[in-house]
Design a protein around this ligand. Structure first.
Ligand code: PMP
Length: 437
């Protein structure tokens, strides 16, 4: 049982703590598309945990691989040595990536991947003799984790207010949120593409000779599923190339099949210089992240000046054997079950079911791409509880897990979801929305 003492000592992510303690929800097991709660109910997972369990829960092949690995080689130091699976996994990931991206650096989370990529960007320019290129550009409403680098380039105002710009020399381009919404609901996919030109203005302000990198999520996830206008990411790519600025795509959410392609780079046909990933790399089973780098960047490190040798970056658990075993088994599962393209197969069905919610009370916008969905609800000014959060509570009572961020309900189910389960998810949500105050 859940004793009062247990409840007291545990400090969960800041923003959720008070609310959780008033009404603790405990998950005790999981299988495929469902969690089981402590009170014995089946909860349909509409969010793949936190956008991570892309293969579903406790899949046999992954469970077995982890069990076998922990018994065989529980740990191997990440420096000056390796183990067979870390090479196998890196090669396998490299083969999935578009040319010229062919090197893999392992981390343990999305936040670590982001900080790693930002450091690689600074070091790259230094290696090339451009040591003044140190500024970083993020995007409003971007989410890049909670490391100091990720907070600085991210656009979460609460974090920025408290922690400030932990990194100096960071600036942000505007987001296209309203325009992306309009593009979607008005069927004008290119509407707002010129927002990419905001990058030109920010570059002019700081001078390209001082800027190392631009980081964006191809589709902003945690801040509400913001889909870029068609051509927007291409424009960012062109502007970065012209100014010798590295482009980083944060694919922590969009990677590993979420859009119906292995990565968002495949979906949008735009290749950045660095890609950050985590979550779906092990389907959420074991913490792991990875940064993918182009050959040009890797070569700069290998052929750069001697002082590059003084650089130190890496984690005790980089390429952890158990994480590698989990990732290899996850990739097997994705391949054997066709999960990396499954979102493409289901996306029309998903979109139709999602858009059937249009016209329900308080729904002001609906967005989707691949197997991601967002329902934006009309805000209640000054109300203590957001409607979306109430929807989360009600849906959970009805056995469906959704995620909310502000006034937005976000959906990203495991890629094994069936059409029947999609129908059940949206029937439940419709029921919830109809009864929302
Ligand atoms: N980047 C993006 C795009 C994310 O969505 C997240 C997590 N939601 C992160 C970084 C941070 O990942 P983690 O929580 O594993 O540190």
């Amino acid at each position: 049982g859940l004793g009062t003492n247990n409840l007291e000592a545990f400090w969960m992510p800041f923003s959720a703590n008070r609310q959780f303690k008033q009404n603790p929800r405990l998950l005790v097991s999981a299988k495929d598309m469902h969690f089981k709660s402590a009170d014995g109910r089946e909860i349909l997972d509409g969010t793949a945990g936190l956008w991570c369990c892309n293969a579903g829960h406790s899949r046999p092949k992954i469970v077995e691989a982890v069990q076998k690995q922990v018994a065989e080689l529980d740990y191997a130091p990440a420096f000056q040595m390796g183990h067979p699976k870390v090479f196998e996994l890196a090669a396998r990931l490299a083969a999935m990536l578009p040319s010229p991206i062919d090197h893999v650096f392992f981390t343990n989370s999305g936040s670590e991947s982001v900080d790693t990529a930002l450091k690689i960007a600074l070091a790259y320019h230094r290696a090339k003799g451009n040591g003044t290129k140190t500024k970083l550009i993020g995007r409003e409403r971007g989410y890049h984790g909670v490391g100091f680098g990720g907070i600085s380039v991210g656009g979460i105002s609460g974090n920025r207010k408290t922690f400030g710009n932990a990194l100096g020399g960071v600036d942000h381009i505007r987001h296209t949120h309203d325009l992306a919404r309009n593009a979607f609901t008005r069927g004008e996919p290119e509407y707002g593409v010129e927002f990419a030109d905001d990058l030109e203005k920010v570059i002019a302000l700081h001078d390209a000779s001082n800027i190392a990198a631009v980081i964006v999520e191809p589709v902003a996830g945690s801040t509400g599923v913001l889909i870029p206008p068609k051509g927007y990411l291409q424009r960012l790519r062109e502007i970065c190339t012209k100014n010798d600025i590295l482009l980083i795509f944060d694919e922590v959410i969009t990677g590993f099949g979420r859009l119906g392609t292995p990565f968002a780079v495949d979906y949008f046909g735009v290749v950045p210089d660095l890609i950050t990933t985590a979550k779906g790399i092990t389907s959420g089973v074991i913490p792991m992240g990875a940064v993918f780098a182009s050959k040009q960047i890797y070569d700069a490190f290998m052929t750069g000046p001697e002082n590059m040798i003084e650089l130190f970056h890496g984690y005790t658990y980089s390429g952890h054997p158990i994480a590698c075993a989990a990732a290899l088994a996850t990739l097997d599962t994705y391949e054997e079950e066709g999960l990396l393209t499954r979102a493409a197969e289901l996306s029309d069905y998903w979109a139709d079911a999602l858009h059937a919610l249009k016209g329900l009370p308080h729904v002001i916008d609906i967005r989707n791409l691949g197997l991601i969905g967002a329902i934006e609800l009309e805000p209640i000014p000054g109300a203590p509880t957001k409607r979306a959060f109430q929807a989360f509570l009600d849906a959970y009572e009805k056995g469906v897990l959704i995620r909310t961020t502000g006034d937005i309900i976000a959906l990203s189910p495991p890629l094994i979801i069936t059409k029947g389960q999609i129908e059940h998810l949206f029937d439940t949500l419709a029921d919830v929305l109809k009864n929302l105050a």
